[in-house]
Design a binder for this molecule. Structure first.
Ligand code: ADP
Ligand code: MG
Length: 682
C-alpha cells in the first residue's frame, strides 16, 4: 500500500494523484477508464469521414512551418493506398518537428475534418512506428485525468498498483448478482480488456465487468447510508416539543397571510422531527418564492419556545440581512431577541453580540459564515438552519452541528434549498437525509412570462422598462457573468449603470455588485426594498433569496452565459407580487447548442423540478451541483437512471449484509469510500 504520509516534495503528477484521492493501491485499481480508444484498427485516409475519430498510418511526405494567420506546423502524410492527410499543429516544439520529419512513418489518431482543401486533423496524437509494427490487440483505456497528470503517468501508476493490490472478495459468496464476474477479474478486464472482449459493451459500460463494479459501488453507498442512519439514531438531541399556545402558534396568528397547504404539511413534518430525541437531518426544498422562510421561522419559534437557541446561516450578506429583517419583524413583537452576525460586524458591536449569544439572551442568531467562527459560542443551540445549503461546503455544515459541543447532544439540522434535487439524486449525494417539499406557491402569483431577445433589441427592452416604471413598479437589470474576470464584470455593470441612468433621467438607478463593502450593499438594497430606488443594476449577487414583491421586470444580459439553475433563481426575484411579471433574457449570438437548450427550457417551464431535470439532462449528472469539480460525487460509475436493477439488488442486499456480516460490510465501505467518511456524515 502506498504511504499516505509521503514526503513533502512530491512531483507535480504525484500531487495531482493525491488531489484526486488516489492514495492507496486500491484507489488506483478502482480508478476505472472513462472510455477506451480503439487503436486496434487502421482507417484508410481516403475513407476518413468528417468528425469521426480514427487512426491512420502513413509516411511523411512533407513537413514545414508556415506563417499563416499564425505560425503553424504542417505535416503531409500519405498512406500505403496513396490517400493524403494534412496534420496541423498550432502549438509544437522542435522535438515534434523532428519526429515528423520527411520519411518518418507515423501512426496518427484524431478527428478528421474534410474540407475544401482536403482531409486534415488538428493536433492529432502521433506515434512514430516501424513499417511492420503490429497493431495493439485490445482497446486502450483512457482514464479520468486532471491538470498536471498525464495519461501515460496515470496508466503506469495504475498498472503497477494492479500488480500489488489483492482485491480479494470481502463479501460472503452469493452476495453479488448471479452471472457477474468476480471483482478481481472484473477490475482487470476493465483496465486491460482482452482482444476478444466485446468492445461495444465496454464502451457503453454495460459489460458484465462494468455491472459488477457498479453493483459494488452501489452496495458500498447503500451500506454507508445505512451506517449513517444507524449512527444518527444513536445520537441524542434535545426534544423540542411545540405547545398549542406556544410561540409558533402566536407567530401564525400574527402573519398577514395563511400558510399554504404545502407549508402546513412541511411545518408538521419538521415539528414531528423536532419533538424527537434524535437530531433532525432534514432538507426543506421548495421552488423560489414558495415561502420557505416562514417555515424556518416557525421551526425557530418551536425551538425557542422549548428553551433553546436557534441559528440561521445564509450564504451571502444580502440574504442573511434580509432574513434578519424579516425575522425581527415576525419575532421581536413576541418578545424575542434576534442577533445579527456577519463578517462586516466587527469590534465592540461584535463583542456585544457574542456575549448575547453566549449568555443565551439572543434566542435566534442570523448571519453568514460568521455564525460558525470558532469564537461564536452558543448558550444552548437546539436548532441550526442553513439556507441555500448547497452553497456551503460539507465542513461548514459540520461546524454548525458541532456548535453544541460538551452537551453530548447534537442540534437539530434543517437545510433549505430552492434548487430542488431530484429524489434519486438526493439519495446519491446525501448519505442520510429526510426531505420535505413545498410543492405549491402562495396564491395570487401570476407566472412570470419569459422572453428571449437577441442583444440588438435593447431599444424594445427600454420601452418595456419605461412602462413598468410608469406603472410604479421596479426593475432588475442583471449583468453578465464574466467568469475569468471579476474586474470585467464590474466594468460592465458600471457601464450599464451609467447608460441606464442617462437614459432614464429623474429615476433613481442603483448599482449592486459583489465587491462593494457590505454596508454600501445594504444601503443600496434597503433603498430598493423600500421602493425609492426604481431600477437596480446588479451582478449575480442578487441571485439568491432577495424578496422585493414590487419588482415586476427582470432583464438578464448575456443570458447565454448563465447556468440553468442560476437563471431560474434569478427569475424567481420577480413574480413575487400580484402584478404580472416579465423576465427578458438577452443573448448575444451565436448560441451554443447547450445555451440554446437552457434558454428554451426557461421559456417552456417555471417548475423548479422540471428545470432541475432538464439541467441534469443538459449537463449530465456528474456536474450537477458542481459535484464534478469538488470530487464529492459519491457514485462514479453507476447511473441511477440506467442501473435501476443493480440499485435494487444492492438495496436489498445491504441491510442483510450489515446485520449478518458487519465486518464484511465495513470492509466494503472502506474499500470504496475511505477518506470520504466526513462527507457522508454531513
Ligand atoms: P423562498 O421559498 O424563495 O425563500 P420566501 O420565504 O422568501 O420564499 O417567500 C416569498 C414571499 O412570499 C415572501 O414575501 C413571503 O413573505 C411570502 N409568503 C410566504 N408564504 C406565503 C403565503 N402562504 N401566502 C402569501 N405569501 C406568502
Ligand atoms: Mg429563500
Amino acid at each position: 500500500m502506498a504511504d499516505a504520509s509521503a514526503p513533502a516534495r512530491l512531483s507535480a503528477p504525484a500531487q495531482a494523484l493525491r488531489r484526486l484521492g488516489l492514495l492507496r493501491d486500491v484507489d488506483l485499481a478502482l480508478h476505472l477508464p472513462l472510455r477506451y480508444e480503439d487503436e486496434t484498427r487502421l482507417t484508410p485516409i481516403a475513407g476518413l469521414r468528417e468528425g469521426e475519430a480514427a487512426q491512420v498510418e502513413g509516411q511523411v511526405v512533407d513537413c514545414r512551418v508556415e506563417q499563416r494567420t499564425r505560425r503553424q506546423l504542417l505535416v503531409r502524410l500519405r498512406d500505403d493506398a496513396g490517400g493524403e492527410l494534412l496534420l496541423r499543429f498550432l502549438h509544437f516544439h522542435a522535438a515534434q518537428q523532428k519526429q515528423m520529419a520527411e520519411g518518418a512513418r507515423l501512426r496518427v489518431r484524431g478527428e478528421a475534418r474534410v474540407g475544401f482543401l482536403g482531409r486534415e486533423m488538428v493536433h492529432p496524437t502521433v506515434k512514430p512506428v516501424a513499417a511492420d509494427a503490429p497493431l495493439p490487440q485490445a482497446l486502450t483505456p483512457v482514464y479520468p485525468a486532471a491538470a498536471q497528470l498525464p495519461q501515460a503517468y496515470l496508466r503506469k501508476a495504475i498498472t503497477s498498483a494492479l500488480g500489488r493490490v489483492s482485491l480479494h472478495e470481502v463479501l460472503p459468496p452469493g452476495t453479488a448478482p448471479a452471472g457477474l464476474p468476480g471483482l478481481r477479474d472484473a477490475v482487470r478486464l476493465l483496465h486491460q480488456p482482452p482482444p476478444q472482449a466485446d468492445q461495444r459493451s465496454l464502451q457503453e459500460r454495460s459489460h458484465p465487468a462494468w455491472q459488477r463494479l457498479k453493483w459494488e459501488e452501489l452496495l458500498a453507498q447503500q451500506l454507508s447510508q445505512l451506517q449513517a442512519q444507524q449512527a444518527r439514531a444513536r445520537l441524542r438531541a434535545p426534544a423540542l416539543r411545540a405547545a398549542a399556545d406556544g410561540l409558533g402558534a402566536r407567530l401564525l396568528q400574527r402573519l398577514p397571510f395563511a400558510l399554504t397547504a404545502a407549508q402546513t404539511r412541511v411545518v408538521a413534518e419538521i415539528a414531528a422531527d423536532l419533538g424527537r430525541q434524535q437530531p433532525m437531518h432534514r432538507l426543506l426544498q421548495g421552488d423560489v418564492g414558495s415561502g420557505k422562510t416562514v417555515v424556518a421561522a416557525l421551526a425557530a419559534a418551536a425551538a425557542i419556545h422549548a428553551g433553546w437557541q436557534c441559528a440561521l446561516m445564509a450564504p451571502t450578506e444580502i440574504l442573511a440581512e434580509q432574513h434578519f429583517r424579516k425575522l425581527v419583524d415576525w419575532l421581536a413583537p413576541l418578545g424575542l431577541t434576534v442577533a445579527w452576525l456577519s463578517g462586516s460586524r466587527k469590534g465592540k458591536a461584535r463583542a456585544q453580540m457574542l456575549e448575547q449569544v453566549a449568555g443565551g439572551e439572543a434566542a435566534l442568531v442570523v448571519g453568514t459564515h460568521a455564525v460558525i467562527q470558532h469564537d461564536v459560542a452558543f448558550h444552548k443551540l437546539g436548532l441550526a438552519i442553513v439556507d441555500e445549503q448547497h452553497r456551503f461546503g460539507v465542513a461548514q455544515r459540520l461546524a454548525l452541528r458541532h456548535k453544541l459541543e460538551g452537551e453530548k447532544l447534537e442540534p437539530h439540522l434543517l437545510m433549505m434549498s430552492a434548487t430542488p434535487i431530484p429524489r434519486t439524486l438526493a439519495m446519491t449525494y446525501f448519505a442520510d437525509l429526510d426531505v420535505s417539499t413545498i410543492d405549491e406557491l402562495p396564491p395570487g402569483r401570476t407566472p412570470v412570462l419569459t422572453k428571449v431577445f437577441a442583444d440588438g433589441r435593447r431599444e424594445q427592452v427600454m420601452l418595456r422598462i419605461r412602462d413598468e416604471l410608469a406603472a410604479g413598479r421596479q426593475v432588475y437589470w442583471v449583468c453578465p457573468l464574466v467568469e475569468e474576470s471579476e474586474h470585467l464584470d464590474l466594468q460592465n455593470a458600471t457601464a450599464t449603470h451609467a447608460e441606464l441612468s442617462q437614459a432614464l433621467p429623474g429615476v433613481m438607478v442603483g448599482l449592486l455588485h459583489g465587491r462593494m463593502p457590505a454596508a454600501e450593499k445594504a444601503a443600496v438594497m434597503s433603498l430598493f426594498t423600500q421602493g425609492q430606488m426604481k431600477l437596480l443594476v446588479a451582478t449575480t449577487v442578487i441571485e439568491v433569496g432577495v424578496d422585493v414583491p414590487n419588482a415586476s421586470l427582470m432583464v438578464v444580459e448575456h443570458a447565454e452565459r448563465f447556468g440553468l439553475a442560476q437563471l431560474h433563481q434569478l427569475r424567481g426575484r420577480v413574480g413575487r407580487g400580484s402584478a404580472a411579471s416579465v423576465c427578458v433574457l438577452l443573448y448575444a449570438a451565436p448560441l451554443s447548442a447547450t445555451a440554446k437548450a437552457r434558454l428554451k427550457a426557461m421559456v417552456e417551464t417555471h417548475d423548479g423540478f422540471e428545470i432541475a431535470r432538464r439541467d441534469l439532462e443538459i449537463r449530465g449528472p456528474g456536474e450537477f451541483m458542481g459535484a464534478r469539480q469538488s470530487g464529492d460525487a459519491l457514485l462514479r460509475f453507476a447511473d441511477l437512471q440506467q442501473d435501476g436493477a443493480l440499485l435494487q439488488h444492492a438495496r436489498a442486499a445491504a441491510p442483510r449484509l450489515l446485520a449478518e456480516h458487519p465486518a464484511a460490510a465495513q470492509a466494503q465501505v472502506d474499500r470504496w469510500l475511505a477518506g470520504r467518511a466526513e462527507f457522508l456524515k454531513a
